[in-house]
Write a protein that binds this ligand. Structure first.
Ligand SMILES: [Fe+2]
Length: 491
């Protein structure tokens, strides 16, 4: 069957699937790679192999592609490979799409085995003491070879220790203890309220697991953890067995749902979990959480007042309200006394359309410096022809914010460039917080190619100090991770 993609906004222009794997040695570099910047920037995102079974399917349902910029001695190599998920292998063998609408088994081709994983592994890629895991929250991790990006395990279950059917795309790793803290929702099956919360020690042994029930089924995309607590916010994106049976996209937005924060003591039992009523907003991403001496918890997050992902409609079938989808940074102060309360404050309100990150070493230590790329377009803007045209002249920026004062410093990354999520690379294993570099892949919409842009996090006024120019469009990115050379020779 000839491969022909529909002429729809999500598969047109810069967003057309590129479908190739690549390896480049000694990429073109403008400026100079900073001395001391050595390691690997792994990224993951969707890149459809075959036209979707349903033309109205969403870009987030595309096959996961992993890529790496490997930086050493001022030189940069690049590679991108498909992640060979169960779904990828089944569809490659068939020569066409077999899986249906986003996370809806009822819309799969009957040839798809009922036990097949829906996972595309296209959301996040994380490094864990020699293991490289590609993640999608509807399925178990996929384990990749950090050197070749070969798929080693299409369904990695931590050597038989993963009891849940799913695994979050945003686990948290404590740089000091080596603990990996994670959760899984819809953990016993689609549209169920079961959540597994777990942690693994540095050796990879599961040291704790508690099964809890959410107040309702919702997209729970991210979590935060402190030395003593796990925090998991609900959102207004919900689903049901009836919705899935109707053949719809997995999620729809219900503005009437009350938002809650799941608060689970680490090492606790199922009955120790609490659901505290939270501000009416959708915290899709966390930045970090800390414990204050007075016993309150602070959760910094990225949230929108309305539907956080406008690809998903409202439950009544109407399209998403784009104005309500715009995200800002917020601070939740969680008082655990009595029933528990949460007070919300703005955090660095000058930053719009944020995708915040910090120095990952500070996830459990308490952080001061946060970073984000500011999009050239509002984050809620759907990818359509008008957006693609606007992006040719829009420009995005690196932003640094001070979590103590809210002050923001920005640096433009160049005209017509729109950056994906950034990462922070520390200057050295013992560098103090804030000493390091920011990097992100920018789409050059006019030239129809991608480039890696690098800036000094502590000297944003210097602007972009190096560009690694790829002679093609790289795949779309959701999230990525920086792995410094001192962590492993394999990177
Ligand atoms: Fe995410």
């Amino acid at each position: 069957m000839a491969v022909r993609f529909p002429d729809s906004p999500g598969t047109r222009g810069f967003f057309a699937p590129t479908r190739f794997e690549a390896a480049l040695r000694d990429c073109v570099v403008e400026g100079a790679i900073p001395k001391g910047l050595e390691g690997a920037f792994y990224r993951v995102g969707p890149n459809r192999v075959y036209p979707p079974r349903y033309p109205d399917d969403i870009p987030y349902n595309g096959d996961g592609m992993a890529s790496v910029f490997r930086i050493a001695d001022g030189r940069v190599d690049y590679a991108q490979r498909y992640i060979e998920t169960e779904r990828y292998r089944l569809e490659r063998a068939a020569g066409r799409a077999l899986f249906g609408r986003y996370r809806n088994r009822a819309t799969n081709d009957p040839a798809v085995p009922a036990t097949a994983s829906l996972g595309t592994a296209n959301t996040h890629i994380v490094w864990r003491d020699g293991m490289l895991l590609a993640l999608k929250e509807d399925s178990p991790p996929v384990r990749l070879d950090p050197e070749t990006l070969d798929t080693l395990d299409a369904r990695w279950d931590f050597d038989g220790q993963l009891d849940a059917a799913t695994f979050t795309a945003h686990p948290k790793i404590d740089a000091d203890t080596g603990d990996l803290v994670a959760f899984a929702y819809e953990a016993k099956g689609d549209a169920g309220r079961d959540i597994a919360v777990m942690s693994f020690d540095r050796a990879g042994t599961k040291t704790w697991e508690a099964w809890i029930e959410a107040p309702y089924v919702s997209m729970m995309h991210d979590m935060a953890a402190t030395p003593s607590w796990v925090l998991i916010p609900t959102t207004g994106l919900t689903t049901s067995a009836e919705r899935l049976a109707s053949g719809a996209l997995h999620w729809a937005y219900d503005p009437s749902l009350e938002i809650h924060l799941g608060v689970v003591p680490r090492g606790g039992r199922s009955g120790d979990a609490r659901w505290i009523k939270a501000p009416k907003c959708n915290a899709v991403h966390t930045i970090a959480a800390t414990e204050r001496p007075d016993g309150t918890l602070v959760l910094d997050c990225q949230a929108s007042d309305g539907n956080p992902i406008p690809s998903f409609p409202n439950v009544d079938g109407t399209p998403a309200d784009l104005a309500g989808s715009e995200s800002t940074l917020r601070r939740w102060i969680v008082d655990l006394e009595g029933e528990g309360t949460i007070r919300q404050e703005p955090l660095a309100p000058a930053i719009k359309s944020a995708l915040p990150r910090i120095d990952d070493r500070y996830l459990f230590r308490g952080y001061r410096w946060g970073y984000s790329t500011e999009s050239g377009l509002r984050s809620a803007t759907p990818y359509n022809a008008a957006a693609a045209e606007a992006l040719k002249t829009a420009s995005s920026a690196f932003a640094r914010f001070d979590a103590e004062t809210g002050a923001v410093v920005t640096a433009g990354i160049g005209p017509g460039r729109n950056a994906a999520e950034l990462v922070f690379a520390p200057r050295g294993p013992d560098a103090s917080e804030g000493e390091g570099w920011l990097m992100a892949v920018a789409s050059d919409f006019a030239a129809m190619r991608s480039e890696l842009v690098i800036a000094d996090a502590a000297r944003l006024e210097d602007g972009v100090i190096a560009r690694v120019v790829l002679p093609f469009r790289a795949h779309l990115q959701v999230h990525g991770s920086w792995v410094p050379r001192w962590e492993s020779d394999a990177v």
